[in-house]
Design a protein around this ligand. Sequence first.
Ligand code: C2O
Ligand code: CU
Length: 549
Amino acid sequence: AAVRRYKFELQDTSYSRLCTNKTILTINGQFPGPTIYARKGDLVIVDVYNRANHNITIHWHGVKMPRYPWADGPEFVTQCPISPGTRFRQNVVLSDEEGTLWWHAHSEWSRATVYGALVVLPEKKDRYPFPKPHGEVPIILGMFLLIYNHWEWWNSDVQEVMEEFLRTGGDPIISDAFLINGQPGDLYPCSRRDTFKMKVEYGKTYLVRLINGVMNNIMFFKIANHNVTIVGSDGSYTKQINSDYITISPGQTVDFLLHANQKPSHYYMASRVYASAGDYDNTTTTGVVEYVGNYNPPPTPSLPTFFQFNDTSASVNFTRQLRSLANKKYPVDVPQKVSDILFFTLSINTGSCPNDSCVGPNGGRLLASVNNITLQLPKVDILQAYYKRLSGIYETDFPDNPPFPYNYTQQFVPQLLWTPENGTDVNILEYDSTVEIVFQGTNTVAGIDHPMHLHGYSFYVVGSGLGNFNRSRDPLNYNLVDPPLMETIAVPVNGWTAIRFRANNPGVWFMHCHFERHVSWGMGMTFIVKDGKRRNEKMLPPPPDMPKC
Ligand code: C2O
Ligand code: CU
């Protein structure tokens, strides 16, 4: 394994798109940020310099960081922010990940513009479990946030925008321009030249590494006239699936082969929102697949046709087909029996409004919770408090179950649950325990999908369904043979998803909804996985330059 070094400079960069000039936070002046290339098992050392005017942390999404949560990145969970004018050297410790991951800021809403791809190639002596592609390209879906239907573009005032959003307490009509590799595409105003182009040669096959870096939406993705072959997701390979569309959650990655086997021409690739309900932005971001050679293309490429924005079956059916390779070379290690069974309700709630100007239900503000606890981030990070045994930072009583059972998916749930409790509570797991978590979506104030993401681990998605989870019936249908190995999974609206993993990575690990507005409302919690007995089962010590609070 090799050591690879990168230098990341956080900068305020001026940028013009969509008829506007703005200052946005970038890494090294690039948007999207630099792609990190590594091979399986490498150590990537990233020196992060903060040369901007905003606190920052960087998270390596999908990297397990064995025994080393110190550089994982979530602000006030594993570290204090890197403040302006300071530096933090982050060791990104790759282990068994192989495929596509990404990195993004993990401090307030700064990931809106601070993100990039992290490509993990096979070891030198090894190859892909599919024919070698002729070329490969990362494609990151992103967005600019345009609030209240003004062309008011997401910018370095991201802090103000977030605070405004939280202060009004609602789920306001947010209009977004979605992006493919930082480019809106020519269906948006002033964007004729701001269109991502992918050149292909007829008869060749390309590996596309698709990443959803959008803040608040699950996305559909399609390429006109082309079927693709899915080969991986979330940094591990999958059985091959042919599909003419992809559903991708924020946080998730999907690797697919694009076969350039259609009539040489130009074709749109495009992406739009999937949303179970509510206000959403129905605009389409486009890029172009362009065959090289001499031909007469139609003046405009053809656009793929999409499902209805609220087609939940189309959304879940894609994800449900994913399977691990589960062969000799890529075995499956899903716990067949579990020692810890956790049942986590995911709810949108309502709370009182500090300033009488809220637009949420009953004049209050919207909140979100797991097992009816709304996450309060502490002032000193949980990891430091755990390591140094500081008291008063967090409590260790995050419950294994909701306060009481109820009909989670009925229209009106008990009023007692509308307003959650605040807390900085962690759930403690013994080293090497085998854990099952059932995420249950609820209809507390509103029902919606929740893309849940766990740091420090990948997990096997062993089951999912609509309605209330049934403990005596549903586990009989679990897939314990070839479930997909993922680190972000969308729990369907009014439904449930079950995951399993072995808690063999000691440390402090955040788990949260990857919709940014939901995690700001409190949909997150933290696991502390205890050290094991042996030397190589213990958390490593912190680096000397951990940022100070
Ligand atoms: Cu991709 Cu905690 O995040
Ligand atoms: Cu959510």
